[in-house]
Design a protein around this ligand. Structure first.
Ligand SMILES: Cc1cc2nc3c(=O)[nH]c(=O)nc-3n(C[C@H](O)[C@H](O)[C@H](O)COP(=O)(O)OP(=O)(O)OC[C@H]3O[C@@H](n4cnc5c(N)ncnc54)[C@H](O)[C@@H]3O)c2cc1C
Length: 423
């Protein structure tokens, strides 16, 4: 059967993945209409800036961190939330956040790029307890920093660690509370975590490690964080940085496969003419087919490009997404670059420099093969290690005979009913 040509692509989520997808479509010569819907009222911005220089300089306005991506001839509707998807009739349900007006929009091609939202603690929080995901969150938190508060940060992942670093650069009193034994240990393993703990301490940040949060003190305004052992960490401002949840609530009941994200095939296709990209997408990694979801800027851009290519590819001709992606983080003047996907139990070896000095390269290996490389203040080594990890991924795929396209989870999951998927 000959398919109708793709005439119109709708993109839900107007941040980096959404814009990069629109740009990718135009770059590949797509001449049909593109409409982008975004929940936030602002034009897309550099989200990574929110925990870094945007926090430390009141002179930086939201407009100054605007994303300079401007794909040609795209209709952008901001402050509009997608509330549902009727897959059979290919209709998107929308709500205008300002007027409350609800309406529907017909869908031909669809890019799901709704990213993730900040995870919150399962308890009531008094005023002065923040999360940090949007520019509105960052403006509110930054405003509180004017009063030179004592800051407590719940969670020593990359956002919590960067906020600690930014607050210390302002000379503030900072305590980080982390349930794991070391910062970023879940992603980078205990040895690197220990080195990062030392980095915090060397810069005057207090760490409370291996302990959970039981609640907060203060009613009209937070006065402290109550730890699981009863200790209270005094604080005038708190940031909760305990990770993010993929923004898939609007797809509940749509019949699309949802499981910690939108489950895609290796080519990022989710269903007929529907693709996903960025923080929301979970796909079988080209190394071994394991389902992964990645919350990194570089991954969002590369996946959006690949998802655009998939939408435009003739039937059965879409290529698997097989890029080796990179993540960076800035902490106390130390630049971290992570290439690839380590697991906490991977073997690590310091192949250049010195972990204690937080300078050099740490390589992660599983079953003797490189899975990832962490560069500490070694940006000039990025290209080399990206190539090395990419080569190891390809060799592992070859060895395990993993072939993207076979064992495609989309094919097995999409047939299930929405209730069976637990959505
Ligand atoms: C504080 C902070 C610092 C970071 N620093 C780094 C860093 O240093 N390095 C790095 O690699 N990564 C960093 N990241 C992660 C990086 O920002 C994300 O990986 C990237 O933004 C993902 O892009 P995305 O377009 O997939 O999703 P998002 O940027 O989350 O955008 C999704 C968009 O979709 C919108 N949306 C959601 N639901 C709906 C709906 N139902 N209808 C319409 N619109 C909707 C959202 O409002 C949002 O605007 C950081 C993230 C944060 C929060």
């Amino acid at each position: 059967m000959v398919r109708e040509p793709l005439r119109h692509v709708t993109v839900v989520g107007a941040s980096v993945a959404g814009l990069a997808a629109a740009q990718g479509l135009r770059r590949r010569g797509f001449e049909g209409a593109i409409t982008l819907f975004g929940d936030e009222p602002e034009a897309a911005y550099q989200r990574p800036a929110l925990s870094k220089h945007f926090l430390t300089a009141h002179s930086i306005r939201p407009a100054d961190i605007r994303l300079q991506v401007d794909p040609a001839d795209v209709r952008v509707e901001l402050g509009v939330r997608a509330t549902g998807l009727d897959l059979a009739r290919r209709r998107l349900q929308l709500r205008d956040n300002t007027s409350g007006r609800q309406y529907v929009h017909s869908v031909d091609g669809l890019v799901i790029a709704t990213g993730a939202g900040a995870r919150r603690l399962p308890m009531d929080t008094p005023p002065g307890v923040h999360v940090l995901r949007t520019v509105a969150d960052a403006v509110a938190f930054r405003e509180d920093l004017r009063h030179k508060p004592r800051v407590a940060i719940v969670g020593a992942g990359f956002v919590g660690s960067e906020v600690a670093s930014s607050c210390r650069s302002l000379g503030l009193d900072v305590t980080v509370i982390e349930a794991m034994a070391a910062p970023m240990a879940r992603a980078l393993g205990p040895d690197v975590g220990a080195a990062l703990a030392a980095l915090h301490r060397d810069h005057g940040t207090r760490l409370k490690l291996g302990i959970g949060v039981a609640g907060f003190t203060g009613r009209d305004r937070v006065t402290g964080v109550r730890l699981a052992d009863g200790e209270i960490v005094a604080a005038d401002v708190v940031v909760v940085g305990i990770g993010a949840r993929p923004a898939t609530d609007w797809l509940s009941g749509s019949g699309l496969p949802l499981d910690d994200g939108v489950v895609c095939g290796p080519d990022l296709a989710v269903a007929e003419r529907i693709v996903a990209a960025g923080d929301v997408a979970r796909w079988p990694h080209h190394r071994d087919g394991a389902l992964v979801r990645v919350e990194h800027w570089d991954n969002a851009i590369r996946q959006a490009e690949a998802a655009a290519a998939t939408l435009l590819a003739p039937d059965g001709m879409a290529a698997a997404f097989a890029d080796t992606t990179m993540f960076w983080s800035d902490q106390y003047g130390c630049k971290l670059h992570l290439v690839g996907h380590p697991r906490p139990d991977d073997e690590i070896s310091v192949v250049e420099g010195d972990l204690e000095q937080r300078r050099g390269v740490v390589v992660y290996r599983r079953a003797g093969r490189m899975t990832a490389a962490l560069l500490l203040s070694a940006p000039n080594r990025l290209r080399t290690y990206r190539q090395a990890v990419a080569a190891a991924d390809a060799a592992t795929a070859e060895h395990s005979r993993y072939q993207p396209g076979r064992n495609n989870p989309r094919e097995t999951v999409i047939e299930r009913s929405p209730t069976a998927q637990g959505v």
